[in-house]
Design a protein around this ligand. Structure first.
Ligand SMILES: O=C(O)CCC(=O)C(=O)O
Length: 271
């Protein structure tokens, strides 16, 4: 069991649970080196910004094929620590990954994500039920001044709130209407900053209201997100589906692998 019974209960009550020191310092170092490699790739899965083309988001590192395929990021997704926790959170062993992404919120320039629920968008991908969870791993220390995530504990229990298209920030996406956010803040209290050390993690419900602010610090803030869905909840066909790197069509259930991220059996030469 990756999560204790108390952690599972907390996940159900608050909509998230922290997983401190999920990664060792050595594992953080391997993944940070891997980010350096991925950031040089020119592909639709690597989004850049600014005049110098700094990488902002990298997608689809969990698959064994494609330009951004990554042995250590894929291996991490299959560890008992990560996949085991996702299985416990979703109370189902047959899971696949809807998408993976690395958000590189750059020092000084990295900007705000308005309040939203992930299931706001994922429902529009054709996914019927909020049986989805995200495990986020910090690859830098996450601080308030550096633009960490904020969660509103218990807000997942409100269910999905119809989002509105928000193009007022650098991340144009389906955000929550401000009036709904104000009401939720009045009902649930202050948001919680998800600060921590590189290697810490948190797993959270797809209806949990969350946001992050501008990175005002001198340090980059890199965070990796693994988004899991039940195979039984895979999307139905929709008109104009989003690309595969954000709405995977690989619905094969994934199996737990070794508890290490440098597993040689996952290297391309071994496949
Ligand atoms: O990385 C961030 O600051 C926010 C990311 C986020 O909220 C999301 O991907 O849903």
């Amino acid at each position: 069991m990756t999560l204790s019974a108390a952690q599972c209960a907390q996940y159900d009550t608050d909509g998230f649970v922290r997983m401190p020191s999920l990664l060792s310092d050595a594992e953080v170092s391997i993944l940070r080196d891997e980010v350096g490699r991925l950031a040089t790739i020119e592909d639709e899965c690597v989004f850049r910004e600014g005049t110098d083309g700094t990488p902002k988001t990298v997608f689809r590192m969990h698959e064994s094929d494609g330009a951004t395929a990554s042995v250590p990021f894929r291996a991490l997704s299959l560890t008992p620590r990560v996949l085991g926790a996702a299985r416990q959170a979703l109370k189902d062993d047959a899971l696949y990954i809807h998408h993976t992404k690395l958000n590189m919120k750059g020092a000084v320039e990295g900007s705000v994500w308005p309040w939203h629920q992930d299931f706001g968008s994922w429902y529009l991908d054709g996914i019927a039920k909020p049986h989805m969870t995200t495990l986020m791993v910090m690859l830098d220390d996450a601080t308030e001044v550096g633009g960490c995530l904020y969660f509103l504990p218990g807000s997942h229990k409100r269910g999905r709130i119809a989002p509105r298209w928000d193009d007022t920030t650098a991340y144009k996406f389906w955000a929550l209407p401000p009036s709904d956010v104000r009401q939720a803040l009045a009902d649930h209290g202050d948001p919680i900053p998800i600060t921590g050390k590189a290697g810490d993690a948190v797993i959270f419900d797809c209806n949990l209201m969350h946001a992050s602010s501008h990175n005002l610090s001198a340090q980059d803030r890199w965070q990796m997100y693994y988004c899991f869905n039940r195979v039984a909840n895979r999307p139905r066909d929709v008109e104009n589906p989003r690309p595969d790197y954000v709405r995977s069509k690989n619905w094969q259930p994934i199996e737990i692998g070794p508890d290490r991220i440098d597993d040689p059996s996952l290297s391309p030469a071994a496949e």
